[in-house]
Design a protein around this ligand. Structure first.
Ligand code: HEC
Length: 165
């Protein structure tokens, strides 16, 4: 009887040691995965975009304007949701004709023709969104214009990328 008890004690002790080893091994594997994997380079899709080079100030200006496009689009969407045409007019006007006229000549000189054309088209659509929301607001019209606008953003993003000169 005493022997069986001793054997049992030995067995549980062994079991404890084994389970501790398993535990340490699992934790080590998890730490390894966490620390060392995931640092490999991600596979990038094929990039055949044309590089356009601008000096630092123009580069900043272009990207700054891009971020504002997104903000204007968001404000237009809010205007649609709230049925608030004035909000749409105010937002879209900001990137319409006014913005087009403020484009520095240097930027035009450095931009490829197709890039310029898409840039102009974007501003023209912003202006058209403002005009039709002001004159005869119709949500479906605005939504269709937004689709045309974002299609133009996509076309240009697929074609060009920027690099600082
Ligand atoms: C004339 C071409 C052109 C048009 C039109 C255009 N983009 Fe871009 N946009 C670019 C290029 C080029 C970049 C830089 C991409 C790169 O270098 O990888 C860019 C970058 C951006 C960025 C990133 C800005 C940053 O700070 O890095 C946003 C956001 C963006 N565009 C939004 C838009 C939206 C929204 C529209 C449409 C309303 C739009 N763009 C229309 C050419 C264009």
């Amino acid at each position: 009887m005493h022997d069986i008890f001793k054997l049992f004690k030995m067995f549980t002790k062994k079991l404890l040691v084994i389970s501790n080893i398993i535990f340490v091994v699992i934790i080590s594997i998890l730490i390894y995965i966490l620390v060392f994997t995931g640092t490999e380079m991600v596979k990038l899709p094929n990039d055949n975009r044309i590089t356009v080079k601008y000096e630092p100030d123009l580069h900043e200006l272009v990207l700054d304007e891009m971020r504002d496009y997104l903000e204007v689009i968001n404000e237009i969407q809010q205007g649609l949701a709230e049925n608030n045409s004035q909000k749409i007019v105010t937002a879209a006007t900001r990137q319409g004709q006014v913005s087009l006229e403020a484009t520095p000549v240097r930027l035009l000189k450095l931009s490829p023709l197709a890039c310029k054309t898409m840039g102009f088209k974007g501003h023209n659509i912003f202006q058209a969104i403002a005009d039709s929301a002001r004159i005869n607001f119709n949500r479906t019209t605005t939504i269709n214009q937004l689709a045309e606008l974002t299609n133009n953003c996509i076309a240009c993003h697929r074609t060009y990328k920027l690099e600082m000169d």
